[in-house]
Each structure stands twice: as C-alpha cells, then as structure tokens.
Design a protein around this ligand. Structure first.
Ligand SMILES: O=P(O)(O)O[C@H]1O[C@H](CO)[C@@H](O)[C@H]1O
Ligand SMILES: O=c1cc[nH]c(=O)[nH]1
Length: 246
C-alpha cells in the first residue's frame, strides 16, 4: 500500500520520494549522521523516530532512528514500507560474543536468531531472519575498499538487557557460534522482508565478549574513541552500499 498520508508514528509521508534509508537505533546517531550528507534537512522527531534527509554522492538518503527493540523497529519499518522505502540498512551497536572481536570492529549480520517477541507475532519461528544478498555484497565491497576491521556472522536479537541471567545467556549463544547481540536486526529482516524491503544490518561492537555489559555501556555513553571510530566506519560503509545500488 502506498500512502500519501503522514504516517502516525514516524510522521513522514510518501511525498519524500526516497527509497533508501539508514536505521540507527539511537536518535543521537541521527544528529551525528548529518555531517555525512549533502544538504541535510531535519524532518521529524516523534517518540523514538528522529529523521533527516540528504544526499550522498548524488543518491537521496533518508535517516531515521528506530529506538530500542523489536516493537518500535517493527512499527518504524511498517510505516517506512508504507511510504515506499525499498532498501534499509541498520547501523546499530552490539555486544560481541566471540573473543577476537574488538571495540569498534564491525559485525555484518549474515542472519539473526529471532530471540524476541515481535517477529513471532508475524511468522512461525521456523521462518528465517535473513538480509538481502545484494546489499551484503555492496557492504563487503565497501569494507574491503576502506580496510575497516570487520566480521560477517550470525547475530542474536533479544528483548532483555538486565535480567539476572544475561551472562549465561551470552555464554550459551557464544558457544553456538553467534557473533553478536543486538535488539533490532531480526525484526528489520523479518518485517522488512515481508513488506518487500531489501535489508541489511551493520553493527558496531561496543562491548567485548569478556566485558561487563553495564560498565562497557557506560563507557559507550561517554563516547569512547574506538566506539566513535566504529560508528564512522559503519556509516561510511552503509552509505557506500546504498549509493552503489544500481
Ligand atoms: O545502538 P542501537 O542501534 O540502539 O543498538 C543497541 O543498543 C541498544 C542497547 O543499548 C539496543 O537498541 C541495541 O540493539
Ligand atoms: O550486549 C549488548 C550490547 C549492546 N547491545 C545489545 O543489544 N547487547
């Protein structure tokens, strides 16, 4: 369904005529993205959905935060599909689950474990959460051209952060070969995919596998240098991947 009306949550409409979007979780990341775009224009900031539009190498790019977790990501993705968005790359942060991953390394999701509630409201658990092959290929090209440190691997998207069991849950999934933990990738892949969107997720490592989640997250709030370097890398790679869509 194409929708000329302003969408209720994201407060954007089809009049934008843009089909490519970058999706950070954090609205503050939207502000930091401004410097990457030519002629950036603030659009809306309603609830967790902060948006701006600009261009990169002549390609029109929408940027919109999803907030944290599956439900807000799902609503954002549905409303973006209603205004004709066709390509969406998440630029998020994640906790590492494998020991060789360093702060500021990038993790490109090859698929996601649907360990959250949102996508179960849409599809049986046997349905896979997978990205678009062409976007992955563009992302790999940009990573190699720029020589940024990266990994490709499975991500676990989850709903909880501060339960008493987080350490053992992470150990379990690490042993099963999962590379990182976030809260939105599986919802983007499943809901975006069901709505005909091509999707990918590039995650910046903000917590190492042997790190303590609470203290490392606090360092993240203090904009630790390596984290910011990783964020700049993920933004550049995502923009290059979108701009090279033919
Ligand atoms: O930095 P963002 O993109 O929000 O991603 C991660 O950070 C939040 C938790 O701190 C969750 O949303 C998680 O997925
Ligand atoms: O472990 C982590 C760290 C950041 N974000 C997450 O979702 N999980």
């Amino acid at each position: 369904m194409l929708d000329k009306k302003v969408q209720p949550h994201i407060q954007l409409s089809n009049d934008l005529a843009v089909d490519k979007v970058l999706l950070p979780g954090d609205p503050a990341r939207v502000e930091r993205l401004k410097k990457w775009l030519d002629d950036p224009k603030e659009l809306a900031f309603n609830r967790e959905y902060r948006s701006l539009i600009g261009s990169y190498k002549g390609t029109s790019i929408l940027v919109m935060s999803t907030g944290m977790g599956g439900p807000s990501t799902g609503i954002g993705v549905e409303e973006l599909a209603n205004i004709s968005v066709k390509y969406a790359i998440r630029i998020g942060s994640c906790g590492a689950l494998q020991p060789e991953m360093k702060i500021g390394d990038l993790l490109v999701a090859t698929a996601a474990v649907r360990d959250e509630g949102t996508t179960k409201a849409y599809m049986e658990e046997i349905y896979p959460a997978v990205p678009d092959y062409q976007l992955l290929s563009n992302i790999k090209q940009a990573l190699e051209t720029n020589h940024f440190p990266y990994h490709f691997g499975l991500v676990r998207s989850h709903d909880s952060f501060y339960t008493d069991k987080e350490a053992s849950i992470d150990a379990y999934w690490s042993n099963k070969g999962i590379w990182g933990a976030d809260m939105e990738t599986s919802s983007l892949f499943v809901i975006g995919g069901l709505r005909g969107m091509r999707t990918a997720s590039i995650l910046n490592v903000v917590v190492t596998a042997d790190g303590d989640l609470e203290s490392d997250i606090n360092k993240f709030v203090n904009t630790e240098e390596k984290v910011m370097e990783g964020e700049n890398h993920q933004i550049k790679v995502a923009l290059e991947a979108l701009a090279s869509i033919t």
